[in-house]
Design a protein around this ligand. Structure first.
Ligand SMILES: [Zn+2]
Length: 457
């Protein structure tokens, strides 16, 4: 009997150096402490879903216990009895708990009794508690008691998507590692390598769509790839991705975008009707529309070459595209409040069609636009904050130079405007080391790579 194994399990990295994706800063630190033998009793792995927290926890559990050497190793052998037991998920010394399903104090009390026993085979008993923020207050208190006086042979690895919900008393006893969301480029590249191993031919545009859909999570990305591989015959094209994921085909979606651009309300409503009859999810429709517009934006700004996606859209300038994206994104946000997503979708398209100008400013929240900027589109506060936080995560000094700027978009370029007496900022922000960091954030959030620095008199 052949046991079915998901792609995610099949291609999950088994060691730090086996194609571990995107968290090199964490891997390096962990390997150093394994080499020097400076291990903590408790680790906190925080970060969005699918960024490698439990995968890393298991590799660490193997590395401290691996039987290929007399002490912890910086890379588990994956061949000894213990490594293989962890890989099979039945190692006595590596105990996995999911706090999302196991919130109770009993389990933690039970754990307090059991940590006293020495490990069966390895050097350490490793407790991996996933979604640890879900524990009840009582359970946290019981856990804290154990963390206050941990037996020498015990290591806790706490994983969470919401570190802010963990009591400070617990946090202060953990060595903390923040897992970053993975970039689309990294995800797309990893999907390509998995597709190759699975002997599937994945079109680069198709990989990009999957990576975008996954929103920074590798597990979701691989799950989507799996769906598409199961569906596709032969090569995996963008069309097949759209079809496999149960979304409207791109030509029809482009028709919708074009009708919106020409403000042809009757054509737009007719299309919505049609999609409804096909049993389409309206929220998904708005998401897909957003995705198509984004592809178009990347195309017209030159951020992505060789992409055919979005080329049949009549909407041509970056400000126009971004205005429409803002309106669609607002509609998508609103749709969560509505019992009937269709109403939200209709309201969104009617708003776009009824707005004055080529595509109006009305569909977006009213904002004071200064006289000098009337020809341009503003960068929303939300997007600017997203950019700043990405930059801050990469380099504090780049962040310091960037945060004083006002950003807006003019003729497809991002303008960074500084007060006239901020000469130092203007000089520094264009230096290669900062340029590299900020352009990456601009590309990720706005799909724009080019920027100009100007001063305000
Ligand atoms: Zn081993």
């Amino acid at each position: 009997m052949v046991l079915y194994q998901s792609l995610y399990r099949q291609y999950r990295p088994l060691g730090f150096e086996q194609g571990f994706v995107g968290q090199e800063h964490i891997v390096r630190t962990l390997q150093n402490s394994l080499k020097t033998g400076r291990l903590a009793h408790a680790y906190l792995f925080s970060g969005p879903r699918g960024t490698g927290k439990t995968t890393t926890a298991k590799i660490l559990a193997k590395a401290v216990n691996c039987l290929s050497a007399d002490g912890p190793v910086s890379e588990p052998c994956n061949q000894c009895e213990l490594c293989m037991a962890v890989n099979r998920g039945n190692a006595m010394d590596v105990i996995e708990m999911d706090a999302a399903t196991n919130r109770g104090i009993e389990e933690v009390r039970d754990l307090r009794d059991r940590v006293q026993y020495a490990p069966a085979l390895g050097r350490y008993k490793v407790y991996i508690i996933d979604e640890v923020h879900m524990l009840t207050t009582e359970a946290f208190n019981a856990l804290l008691k154990t963390l206050e006086e941990p037996p020498a042979h015990v290591i806790f690895i706490l994983a969470t998507t919401e570190p802010q919900k963990i009591p400070a008393t617990i946090l202060s006893r953990c060595q903390r590692f923040d897992f970053r969301p993975l970039t689309e480029g990294l995800i797309a590249a990893h999907l390509q390598s998995i597709a190759q191993q699975a002997e599937a031919n994945l079109d680069p545009d198709a990989a990009d769509i999957l990576a975008f859909r996954a929103q920074g999570g590798m597990r979701d990305a691989i799950g989507l790839l799996e769906q598409v591989i199961a569906y596709a015959q032969g090569d995996i094209t963008p069309e097949q991705v759209w079809q496999a994921l149960g979304t409207v085909d791109k030509a029809r979606l482009a028709e919708l975008a074009n009708s919106l651009a020409t403000k042809d309300i009757s054509a737009v409503l007719k299309l919505l009707d049609e999609f409804g009859n096909m049993g389409l999810d309206y929220r998904q429709l708005l998401t897909d529309l957003l995705e198509l517009l984004r592809e178009r934006l990347l195309q017209v700004t030159g951020a992505r070459k060789n992409t055919k996606l979005g080329e049949n859209l009549i909407i041509k300038t970056a400000p126009e595209i971004m205005t429409m994206m803002d309106a669609v994104a607002a509609g998508l946000q609103d749709s969560r409040r509505w019992t009937h997503p269709r109403l939200a979708a209709e309201l969104t398209v009617i708003k776009i069609c009824n707005s004055p100008g080529p595509i109006s400013e009305k569909a977006r929240p009213a904002k004071a636009v200064t006289k000098a900027r009337q020809e341009s589109a503003s960068v929303t506060q939300e997007k600017w904050e997203e950019i700043l936080s990405l930059v801050k995560g990469e380099s504090i000094s780049s962040y310091a130079w960037l945060k004083e700027a006002k950003a807006f978009i003019k003729e497809g370029d991002l303008m960074l405007e500084y007060p006239g007496n901020y000469k130092l900022h203007c000089e520094n922000i264009v230096k290669p080391e900062h340029r590299q960091v900020i352009v990456q954030a601009f590309r990720q959030v706005l799909g724009i790579e080019k920027f100009k620095v100007i001063t305000r008199e």
